[in-house]
Design a protein around this ligand. Sequence first.
Ligand SMILES: Nc1nc2c(ncn2[C@@H]2O[C@H](COP(=O)(O)OP(=O)(O)O)[C@@H](O)[C@H]2O)c(=O)[nH]1
Ligand SMILES: [Mg+2]
Length: 198
Amino acid sequence: MSPPSTIAISLVSHTNAGKTTLARTLLQRDVGEVRDAPHVTEFTEDHLLLRSDAGDELRLSDTPGFGDSVRLVRRLRAQGSPIGWFLSEVWDRWRDRAFWASQQALRHVRERADAVLYLVSEDAPNQTILCAGAGTFAVARIVESAGVWLPQDEQTPEGIAAHWGEITSTVGENQPKAGMDQTLKMVGKAMTGLGLNK
Ligand SMILES: Nc1nc2c(ncn2[C@@H]2O[C@H](COP(=O)(O)OP(=O)(O)O)[C@@H](O)[C@H]2O)c(=O)[nH]1
Ligand SMILES: [Mg+2]
């Protein structure tokens, strides 16, 4: 039999995004400290999430969040040099404890984590697909065509094929903000089609 193995998952995000809260939910116990303030968690905390009968373990690490990620990457890149080491381990540790803690967190993730769960910022926009490629950033939108109501005997593959031009027409297309928008439109068209909303 193979020896028990361990899988380590790390929670990572900017500070104050809800990592410790999520860790508490997943672990079903009140670990760490939760507060609406930046840099509340100062050290990486490792917890047992699951253990199988065979002794395999799934572990969850709650980490200190980071602030300025560009500055953080720059500092981590310099880590190999003596000056970088000094800036991190002496200067930041003394002058900017939160920045130092975030460096520790990312080093822990790099060295120990098998998987990372990244929580995006609470300020992130909803319903947005951000596309990034070769330095260009764009937003992809999903639109729905106005749609065509078909009488019951035409609600068939052949009926749909026969109305394909109207179904896919871009005239009157929109971007539903919620599932309810779509429901109201479709029920409205059905009522019109059935002559119920005179
Ligand atoms: N509205 C809302 N607030 C949350 C949620 N998760 C966490 N919070 C609040 O956000 C603040 C920061 O949470 P915390 O877990 O300490 O974040 P951390 O710094 O990423 O560990 C606290 O005031 C939490 O109560 C959530 O899902 N919804
Ligand atoms: Mg925390």
